[in-house]
Structures are given as C-alpha cells and as structure tokens.
Ligand binder design. Sequence first.
Ligand SMILES: CC(C)(COP(=O)(O)OP(=O)(O)OC[C@H]1O[C@@H](n2cnc3c(N)ncnc32)[C@H](O)[C@@H]1OP(=O)(O)O)[C@@H](O)C(=O)NCCC(=O)NCCS
Length: 164
Amino acid sequence: MSIIKSRIVAEQDLERCFKIEAESYAGDEAATKEKILKRIQTYPEGFIVLENEEEIIGFVNSGATHNVELSDEEFKELVGHDPSGLHIVIMSVVIHPKYQRRGFANLLLNHFIGSMKEMGKSNIYLICQTELIDLYAHHGFKHLGESGSNHGGLSWHEMSLQLK
Ligand SMILES: CC(C)(COP(=O)(O)OP(=O)(O)OC[C@H]1O[C@@H](n2cnc3c(N)ncnc32)[C@H](O)[C@@H]1OP(=O)(O)O)[C@@H](O)C(=O)NCCC(=O)NCCS
C-alpha cells in the first residue's frame, strides 16, 4: 500500500496537472494549460495536489474573493481573485481516471477543507453536476440551488460549506 500525501502545488506539476484535467473532464469542461499555470502561479495555497510515491493522483484548485459570483467565468482565470478574501471558490476537483472510485476524492477534500480552515477562510463554494451533490453533501456542503452557469454546455448546482 503506497503512502498518500497532500501538498501545495509547484510550477513543475503543470504538465501532470494538465494531463489529469484533460483526461478526466469531458470536452471543453477541462481547463487549458494556460489557465492551470495561472492558477498555480497566482494562488498556489489554494491548489492542493494529492500524490502517491510515483505521481500526482488528483488535485483541487481555487481562488479567494470577498464577493462570490459563481457564474462568473472570468473568475476561472482568477480575474477578481484576492488572496485576502475569506470566501474560497473551487474551480476544479479532479482525480485521474486510473485512481477513481477508491476514496481519493474524499481524502483530497478532507485535506483541502483542513487547509482552508487553517488559513482562516470562512466558506468554500463550488458548482457541480447533479450526480455529485451527495459527494459534497457528505463533506457538509449545503445545496444553494441551480447555477446560472452553463459551463461546458451543462447544468450545474451551487453548493457551499461554512468553515466557521
Ligand atoms: C468526481 C471525482 C473527483 C470523484 O473522484 P473519486 O476519487 O472517484 O471519488 P471517491 O472514490 O473519493 O468517491 C467519493 C464519493 O463520491 C461518489 N462518487 C464518485 N464518483 C461519482 C460519480 N461519478 N457519480 C456519483 N457519485 C460518485 C462515491 O460513491 C463516493 O461516495 P461515498 O463517500 O458515499 O462512498 C472524479 O470522478 C473526477 O475527477 N471526475 C472528473 C472531474 C469532475 O467531474 N470533477 C467534479 C467537479 S465538480
């Protein structure tokens, strides 16, 4: 059984993170390499990777803000991001297909939520598709309603977790 650890992303993780994103999300849901690089460079504290002894298994990336607007597509490029913002908006939660359905998303979310609590953040927000509502509800996220976003041509739900 290999050892699983989480850590803050580094710039040399770009290729692996892009590969995971591109192989896991359908079509234009996946972020481009440029967007992932921008997230790594702009807010590494909000970009947590999960890895075994060989490679990165998956990651969560996010931005911080004072004003949450979940349907704002520009925020995915961190337009409006302010590291002092107490609200965290998750852009991506992803586990490489090779490692899916083995509890790694639950582990990654536990680590991510713990990091955000340690950083003193107040809430975490995200949008997800219907079938993943329960995954996030299991971590205490509340369903806020349907999202105005049509990201990737799909319908989305807004969820949030209060940290304090
Ligand atoms: C969604 C994703 C991160 C789940 O990763 P995973 O490591 O397979 O998830 P886990 O094995 O930790 O499962 C966590 C829980 O979610 C459930 N789950 C996982 N994938 C699911 C799916 N596709 N549909 C419904 N439920 C799912 C599991 O049954 C488990 O439930 P439990 O805690 O009650 O046992 C992964 O499938 C992925 O990367 N998908 C592509 C990217 C994506 O859509 N990300 C979500 C963005 S909101």
